[in-house]
Design a protein around this ligand. Structure first.
Ligand SMILES: NC(=O)C1=CN([C@@H]2O[C@H](COP(=O)(O)OP(=O)(O)OC[C@H]3O[C@@H](n4cnc5c(N)ncnc54)[C@H](OP(=O)(O)O)[C@@H]3O)[C@@H](O)[C@H]2O)C=CC1
Ligand SMILES: CC(=O)[C@@H](O)[C@H](O)COP(=O)(O)O
Ligand SMILES: [Mn+2]
Length: 388
């Protein structure tokens, strides 16, 4: 029996993880759930999956939830202590890291220290703290299994092959809702436009990251950490149909792709049951006869220069990916609130990166301080009117 904790159970990945659990009730038991504030959905999940422990990050909402579920024998915790309690909960063997943003760093690190296997969706954690997390996973001998679709694809295509046999990784990108557009066309696009992803239904932050192509920059850094490969060996390939989820090209020119309909339950289930494969149900299957075409393009890094900035941050390393990521997180939040324009997102990231004094190997505390300083810098820049 697998016993899991889900951090971010009320989000897109969290809900789909519970769909997988629903199909394998006699093989997976949910021990802990954590969310930020969506206690209505959390209550439904608690009543269905009967965890021992839950965390609601927001203190007031945690009090409200306690009242709602006072008929149940469930412990309710709050704040970062509550997240850590879920991440390290005794009987869970695997933690699904499905929270959005850098808030996932500390609970993930604590879960690894406690010897939990990690099914990792929360890419921001690895982008900013990969140099801490990867050695810690090795020291604790735990499995860090990718949930992100491209990384699951690469992991499946590698299938244990020696890293020295890799010529390059081909990381696919849908191109997002604005593929083919130029800066001029993007001046007035709204959050509503940017939230229309062509192939995937995901949470708002990652959907905006797909529209700016910042998601691909984060994924390049995530792949570099997960597969111990240099950024120069990762080629981004725009593939608008999102059928090939990524590929590995070997030294002899052989290319192994992982394909399938865009459905996050597959990588989630694969990470939960690895190395076993299970039937994915219910679900439509890829039918090659119905497939009209698979096409490929180069990414437009002039229009979507957030991608270029992210690659630069990854190549610079040290604390620069933290600045890139934190600047993006805050800029995306403000764009979703209608406070800044779409093209302001890369502009703000660029200003934050230019303003930063690099630290070569930041500690966890330094990462968290830089995160806060970058948030402050973004807020001040927005207020100063420099974007107009
Ligand atoms: N969605 C997808 O298909 C994919 C997502 N990912 C990655 O997975 C992660 C999650 O994405 P997604 O599911 O789309 O995001 P969502 O916005 O849909 O969900 C985010 C989840 O995190 C919770 N959360 C946010 N802040 C906190 C906090 N401080 N404490 C506890 N819980 C918190 C939210 O709780 P609440 O609901 O209460 O706010 C919610 O459960 C991201 O890093 C994303 O990049 C990667 C590949 C694909
Ligand atoms: C489903 C998933 O893994 C997302 O990260 C997806 O890759 C986003 O699509 P883009 O290729 O448009 O960024
Ligand atoms: Mn992805």
């Amino acid at each position: 029996m697998k016993e899991i904790a889900i951090l971010g159970s009320t989000g897109s990945i969290g809900v789909q993880t519970l769909e997988v659990v629903r199909q394998h009730r006699d093989e997976i038991k949910v021990r802990a759930l954590a969310a930020h504030s969506n206690i209505d959905l959390l209550e439904v999940q608690i009543r269905e999956f009967c965890p021992d422990l839950v965390c609601v990050f927001d203190e007031n909402k945690a009090k409200d939830l306690k009242e709602k579920i006072k008929d149940l024998p469930v412990r309710v915790e709050t704040g970062m202590d509550g997240l850590i309690a879920c991440a390290t909960f005794n009987s869970a063997d695997t933690v699904v890291a499905a929270m959005v943003g850098m808030i996932g760093i500390i609970p993930t690190v604590e879960a690894i220290k406690a010897g939990k296997n990690i099914a990792l969706a929360n890419k921001e954690t690895l982008v900013t703290a990969g140099h801490i997390i990867i050695p810690l996973c090795k020291e604790k001998k735990i499995n860090l299994l990718p949930v992100d679709s491209e990384h699951s694809a690469i992991f499946q295509a590698l299938n244990g092959e020696d890293r020295k046999n890799i010529h390059k990784i081909l990381l696919t990108a849908s191109g997002g809702p604005f593929r083919g557009m130029k800066k001029e066309d993007l001046k007035d696009v709204t959050a509503k436009d940017a939230l229309k992803h062509p192939n995937w239904k995901m949470g708002p932050k990652i959907t905006i990251d797909s529209a700016t192509l910042v998601n691909k920059a984060l994924e390049v850094m995530e792949a570099a950490w997960l597969f111990d490969i240099s950024i120069e060996k990762i080629q981004i390939l725009v593939h608008p149909q999102s059928i090939i989820h990524s590929m590995v090209e070997y030294l002899d020119g052989s290319i192994i792709a992982q394909m399938g309909l865009p459905d996050m339950r597959l990588p989630i289930q694969y990470a939960l049951f690895y190395p076993e494969r299970k039937e994915l149900k219910p679900g439509e299957r890829l039918d090659f006869i119905k497939l009209k075409q698979l096409t490929f393009e180069e990414p437009d890094t002039e229009t979507f220069y957030g991608l270029k900035l992210g690659i630069k941050a990854g190549e610079t390393g040290g604390s620069m990916p933290t600045v890139f990521n934190a600047a993006n997180e805050r800029a995306v939040a403000r764009f979703l609130e209608g406070k800044i324009r779409f093209l302001d997102i890369p502009k703000l990231i660029n200003l934050a990166m230019e303003n930063h004094t690099l630290i070569s190997s930041p500690t966890l505390n330094e990462i968290l301080n830089i995160e806060q300083q970058t948030y402050d810098f973004i807020e001040e820049t927005i207020k100063s009117g420099k974007l107009d």
